[in-house]
Design a protein around this ligand. Sequence first.
Ligand SMILES: NC(=O)c1ccc[n+]([C@@H]2O[C@H](COP(=O)([O-])OP(=O)(O)OC[C@H]3O[C@@H](n4cnc5c(N)ncnc54)[C@H](OP(=O)(O)O)[C@@H]3O)[C@@H](O)[C@H]2O)c1
Length: 264
Amino acid sequence: MNKKYVLITGASSGIGQAFAENLASQGYHFYLTGRNKERLKELSEKLVKTWAIEVKTFIADFSNQDQWRNLMAELLKLPPVYGLVNNAGYGQAKTFLEDNYESQSQMLRVHMDGPTELCHYYLPFMIENKGGFIINLASMAGFICSPSAILYTATKAYLIRLSESLHVMAAVHGIKVQALCPGMTFSDFHNKLGLNQQEMRKRGPLQWLTAKKTVELSLKKLGRKVVYTPGFRNRLMLKFLGLLPRGFYYRLTIWAFRAFKYNK
Ligand SMILES: NC(=O)c1ccc[n+]([C@@H]2O[C@H](COP(=O)([O-])OP(=O)(O)OC[C@H]3O[C@@H](n4cnc5c(N)ncnc54)[C@H](OP(=O)(O)O)[C@@H]3O)[C@@H](O)[C@H]2O)c1
């Protein structure tokens, strides 16, 4: 039987690592990307040792055009993947106008250009093979607007709509597409922004899940839910926000960000 490969971007920690650990137990082989060489190496060795699978690792910062093109050149030499998890992503400490545009726009490369190019490259192979899957890591943030995370919310909204459109194009070929939209998830995401996850958890009403649980639920719903938010309370909150008249929702958002002094 042919080996089935899955490409997971941002596998060196958090949700990406949890995808690798879960899918390894199902016998997939991997192409894993990250920036932290040590952590990626550690994960790769653990997967190979535990599951006797093939793992190739790639170090690349997607915001750097040269590193991105080198990564694509390497991937093009390898057998195409059965599954693609576009997971690499990050939050910005500086807000839209506090930062220079070059730094802000790096997020467009990491959250939009990279995932889109990978979908464009791998989908024809999936169509030819009449099967495969794509999971794009969006976020609950893709459904809301936020003055403190303008490009984060915008790029995650892009990933949701991209996934929906890819789904209606690819479903007839037996390909499963999902925009995974987690709420608060324990990972390195908040640590990298200098935020304390335990403190955040105590302050807000949002439901926190582990990366492992988020991944378990995502894979369980793959092929059944095209846009999926893990956590009942998170889904309830989105449902409630969706029912609000848009003008009222904007006023509520402005009020909330002023009250909590997040508005910049
Ligand atoms: N945690 C949450 O609450 C949450 C909620 C909703 C959605 N998400 C989304 O879930 C995805 C995974 O995040 P996580 O929570 O698992 O965070 P994480 O633990 O920080 O993992 C993020 C991964 O993306 C990689 N990455 C970040 N910037 C990159 C860049 N410029 N180029 C290449 N790779 C890059 C990281 O690489 P290195 O660590 O090696 O630098 C790491 O492997 C992200 O897309 C995030 O937006 C997270």
